[in-house]
Write a protein that binds this ligand. Structure first.
Ligand code: PLP
Length: 397
């Protein structure tokens, strides 16, 4: 393909996305990703970040990152297995394990990368993976990197999981079988039924794998969904991200000493991609310390989420079946959802429309991500915009 035909091909594809209303324009921020953001010279109440606890912009983390950068430089210089492992990485991993209540932990360059790393390091040909149909894209891709058979089960449907686990085990066709799930599902804010999954896993000898990107720092006193359910010794793999509540970037896998040692020996992003930079690692160490010391930020987060949810419900909106600070405002029709989000934008509220194919057809919603840093005044401003735009579009009366 010449570059000319490639461009023509891609232009055609892009136009098709635009025609279907699926093309996302990206507005750069002109300042930090805090509770209020600046874009195009205007200010918006920000209800779209994953900066749950405000740590992305916290002075203590900034100072830790600056200090480590001055001492160790901006880069770690190599992959972890050559000589990119700094004492800071080891300190972070020890802290993460203690925080999670596991024997050990290993850090990766992102949460996405954890799923690229861990699934294919243990699952292979002749194995099977039971995967929730709404699992995150990085889990889906991580499964694709293996030669294991992927068996999808209906979202959080424990009867379906049990049936498929029984079938897979009793068929005798598979060696290892894994059950894999998000801890918190990011589009609806519902929590995986981990006690049932752990029980089913014990009945059919399944490996258990929970990607808790949205649960870490939010549930279980900050340690995540697994801790929340008291299952720390019954889940084999706990994935967390350092990019959401922890406020920096990176990810980690927490588990037994054997799991972690194996990932350090065999997982490809650990072996073939440069280690997290010192400033980031130092910021993460600081963040975990803050999470261990006090529940204040988590309490603020949950209070703000409850305030926003009650406010939306009082206006007459549905917030779906969330059980976490993720607060969808359910609209339904795709086009209406986009129009509603655009109206909120005009009113100075940045809350993204999430529509098919990210979520099922007819379940479009505007997703709100309140944080610990929002003030009541900011949330009231957002609610006033919701009321005005919702009334104009005939969504509420
Ligand atoms: C956000 C998310 C990731 C990706 O984490 P990053 O650190 O941003 O790469 C992975 N898994 C789940 C379930 C997520 O929600």
């Amino acid at each position: 393909m010449t570059s000319k035909t490639l461009s023509a091909f891609l232009l055609n594809q892009l136009n098709e996305l635009k025609d279907r209303g699926l093309y996302n324009t990206i507005d750069p921020l002109e300042g930090p990703n805090g509770p209020v953001i600046r874009m195009k010279g205007r200010e918006f109440v920000n209800l779209s970040s994953n900066n749950y606890l405000g740590l992305a912009t916290d002075k203590r983390l900034v100072d830790a990152a600056v200090e480590a950068t001055i001492r160790f430089g901006v880069g770690s210089g190599a992959v972890r297995t050559i000589n990119g492992t700094l004492a800071l990485h080891v300190e972070l991993e020890e802290k993460l394990a203690a925080f999670k209540g596991t024997e050990a932990a290993v850090a990766f360059q992102s949460g996405f990368n954890c799923n690229m790393a861990a699934i294919s390091a243990v699952m292979g040909e002749g194995d099977a993976i039971l995967s929730d149909e709404l699992n995150h894209a990085s889990i889906i891709d991580g499964c694709r990197l293996t030669k294991a058979k992927v068996i999808r089960y209906r979202h959080s449907d424990m009867d379906d999981l049990r049936t498929k686990a029984k079938e897979a085990r009793e068929s005798g066709a598979f060696g290892k079988i894994m059950a894999i799930t998000d801890g918190v599902f990011s589009m609806d804010g519902d929590v995986a039924k981990l006690p049932d999954i752990a029980e089913i896993a014990e009945s059919y000898d399944l490996i258990t794998y929970v990607d808790d990107a949205h649960g870490s720092g939010v549930l279980g006193g900050g340690a995540g969904t697994v801790k929340h359910f008291g299952l720390s010794d019954r889940i084999d793999f706990q994935i967390g991200t350092l990019s959401k509540a922890v406020g920096a970037v990176g990810g980690y896998v927490a588990g037994t000493r054997e799991v972690v040692d194996w990932l350090k020996a065999r997982s490809r992003p650990f072996l073939f991609s440069t280690a997290l930079p010192p400033g980031t690692v130092a910021a993460c160490i600081e963040a975990i310390g803050i999470l261990q010391e006090s529940k204040q930020l988590q309490d603020r987060l949950w209070e703000n989420a409850a305030y926003l949810r009650r406010g939306l419900q009082a206006l007459g909106f549905s917030t779906g079946h969330t059980a976490t600070p993720i607060t969808p405002c359910m609209i339904g029709d795709e086009e209406k959802t986009q129009r509603f989000s655009a109206r909120l934008y005009e009113e100075g509220v940045y809350a993204k429309a999430i529509v098919f194919p990210t979520v099922p057809k007819g379940t479009g919603r505007v997703r709100n991500m309140p944080t610990a840093e929002h003030t009541t005044k900011m949330l009231d401003r957002a609610l006033a915009a919701y009321g005005k735009a919702g009334w104009e579009l005939g969504l509420i009366r």
